[in-house]
Design a protein around this ligand. Structure first.
Ligand code: AMP
Length: 610
């Protein structure tokens, strides 16, 4: 029996693409218009009709307020986040805050959640596939930027469900690109995938091995850096030029803004093949005296490059950091794959070639390879004869909040998934009968700087002195990158768990509040004898230094050098206090060295003046 058909969908910020493996060959499915990609746009007309894709894009200018583009920038994000603030500042459609601090989009007075909007695009892709294949399709593999966090992945999965698709796997876009590059070629290579799309930038380093093993070594990116940002620079420039000339701010007019957006993107794309182009927008706005004004400006390729230099540089900085994380040199990268529409811009192509010191591969199609890779993964999941193993990594560190508001990592960034990790914690107060597990994702040492994924409470703990009740916390990440967490009281065997869901939607302030309120119920790292000894040593040195502070300050405060030394000493003490609180052996040892140096210096100063 032929195995069930699974489509692969690249749900892009700007465009989406659908593919399927037919008779062993991955193929992109064209839409009814014959195009291989479909704009990720949704609109509602005055008559209440829903439009998706090219047809929505064609009417975007005349129906700007009711046409949604780049919804991917908002998916799984909180209303108060800087990224959402930034995105909606330039959008022509209306957004409001949803009940879970999420974003809702208003089209013709009706509010839609972002997954609902993305579901409309996914449904369109599904219909394109069904029309082409002449049969219903129920399963899909959907791609997301590698740097998407758990909330964004869950929200994308929700969108699939709303569209009536069973999303059998979510895979990272750069990984999908590498799959389409390496599939069936029996390669052994280390490749870098540089993916610069409409809204996001991603870089992944992968090892392609014998027998179809694709192993991601490192991945990083910026979910708020894309072609739209370059368009925004062009728009800013056009708005300024127009203001200089006519004293009118085109931003006040939604329709003018939508026309500008269109024209800016068009000019940017044209400048990939020609050296200059003209933006010509007749009757863009009327003056105070009711005369129609036109916008007419020439943009050159060097000007575009100048307007976007720092954005391109940011992508290269991320590449540099990712290579460092992977402990690789540029000359160890044997192939560079370019993915995403923005990589057609000559300056970007050149920047990548210069950084990696090699010409990027011509072997992948920037718009199609992600969907093709998703279809290959779908095929491998339902066809057991396929020998393909995909080993992806977690893009962010995962952990819990411990006493003092610190982030204790259980699964570090770039760990191969699926994976599970356990750590034992202890209660942080005497007779503590409940613990609150706050699950977070991010790179910051201070918990509140990271993204809160979810929380749960483990109650009914035995009353005991501080540190005597041991709680085992287990994190698990499945192949979709979705996280579940379990906490177990090792005394009683009592257990609580959650599958982390995207509904928490809290603001930073709310997170801080939660952490304050949960203060008495948080856990502490289990402390070993070695940690106790180090902690006592650090505390002794801190005490000694603090005792000498007033004397030393008085002696050295006259000179700049002395004031600097005092400041440095204060910083050493502050860092050491954090290490004491965190009970982290490695950092305690490091801080003890600094404290000892400071203590010697202080003693020396005091001794000399006696
Ligand atoms: P993607 O998300 O991969 O579909 O990439 C879409 C982004 O690529 C959008 O910002 C497009 O404006 C941009 N893009 C598409 N074609 C070109 C081109 N020829 N030159 C420059 N940018 C392009």
């Amino acid at each position: 029996m032929a195995s069930e058909k699974v489509i692969g969908i690249d749900l892009g910020t700007t465009n989406s693409c659908v593919a399927i493996v037919e008779n062993g060959t991955p193929t992109v499915i064209p839409n009814r218009g014959g195009y291989k990609t479909t704009p990720s746009m949704v609109a509602v007309t005055e008559a209440g009709k829903r439009l998706v894709g090219h047809i929505a894009k064609r009417q975007a200018i005349t129906n700007a307020e009711n046409t949604v583009y780049a919804a991917k920038r908002l998916i799984g994000r909180k209303w108060h986040s800087a990224q959402v603030r930034n995105a909606i500042a330039t959008s022509s459609y209306r957004t409001v805050e949803g009940p879970h601090n999420d974003v809702r989009i208003v089209l013709r007075e009706k509010e839609y959640s972002v997954p609902e909007i993305s579901a409309m695009v996914l449904q369109e892709m599904r219909v394109i596939a069904e029309d082409y294949l002449g049969e219903p399709i129920a399963k899909a593999v959907v791609t997301v930027p590698a740097y998407f966090n758990d909330n964004q992945r869950q929200a994308t999965r929700d969108a699939g469900e709303i569209a009536g698709l069973e999303v059998i796997r979510i895979i990272n876009e750069p990984t999908a690109a590498a799959l389409s590059y390496g599939y069936g070629r029996n390669l052994e290579k280390t490749v870098a995938v540089y993916d610069f799309g409409g809204g996001t930038f991603d870089i992944s380093i992968l090892e392609i091995g014998q027998n179809g093993v694709f192993k991601v070594i490192a991945t990083a990116g910026d979910t708020f850096l894309g072609g739209e940002d370059i368009d925004a620079r062009v728009i800013d420039w056009l708005v300024q030029e127009f203001k200089k000339e006519h004293g009118i701010d085109l931003r006040q007019d939604r329709m003018a803004l939508q026309r500008l957006k269109d024209a800016a993107e068009k000019a940017k794309c044209e400048l990939s093949s020609v050296r200059e182009t003209e933006v010509n927008l007749p009757f863009i706005i009327s003056s105070g005296r009711n005369e129609a004004l036109h916008l007419q400006k020439v943009i050159t390729r060097p000007l575009l490059e100048q307007l976007s230099t720092d954005l391109v540089e940011r992508t290269i900085d991320i590449c540099r950091q990712t290579l460092a994380d992977a402990e690789l040199h540029t000359d160890e990268i044997e192939e560079v794959l370019l993915v995403g529409g923005m990589t057609r811009m000559p300056r970007i192509h050149l920047a990548v070639a210069e950084f990696f010191r090699r010409e990027p591969s011509k072997g992948v199609h920037p718009d199609e390879c992600v969907a093709l890779g998703a279809s290959i993964q779908g095929y491998a999941l339902v066809d057991e004869s396929q020998e393909m193993v995909l080993l992806d990594v977690t893009p962010h560190a995962l952990g819990i909040v411990t006493q003092g508001g610190y982030f204790e990592v259980l699964i570090p960034q770039n760990t191969t998934v699926p994976t599970h990790r356990q750590k034992i914690f202890t209660t942080s107060r005497e007779n503590q009968t409940a613990v609150k597990i706050l699950v977070m994702q991010g790179e910051h040492e201070l918990a509140e700087q990271n993204e809160l994924l979810g929380e749960f409470v483990l109650t009914g703990l035995r009353r005991a002195p501080k540190g005597q009740v041991e709680i085992e916390v287990t994190f698990e990440i499945n192949a979709d990158g979705i996280v579940s967490v379990r906490a177990k009281d090792l005394d009683t065997g009592l257990e609580q768990s959650i599958q982390v869901t995207a509904t928490s939607g809290l603001t930073r302030d709310e997170i801080s509040n939660m952490m304050r309120n949960a203060g008495d119920h948080l856990l502490e790292r289990r402390s070993s004898e070695e940690v106790e000894v180090a902690k006592q040593e650090a505390e002794r040195l801190i005490g000694e230094i603090e005792r000498l502070f007033p004397q030393v300050e008085q002696i050295v405060a006259q000179s700049d050098f002395g004031r600097e030394a005092i400041e440095k000493a204060r910083a050493v003490v502050d860092r050491a206090k954090i290490a004491v609180e965190k009970r982290d052996l490695a950092s305690l040892k490091e801080q003890i060295e600094g404290l000892a140096r400071t203590q010697r210096m202080f003693k020396g100063v005091v001794a000399k003046t006696l």
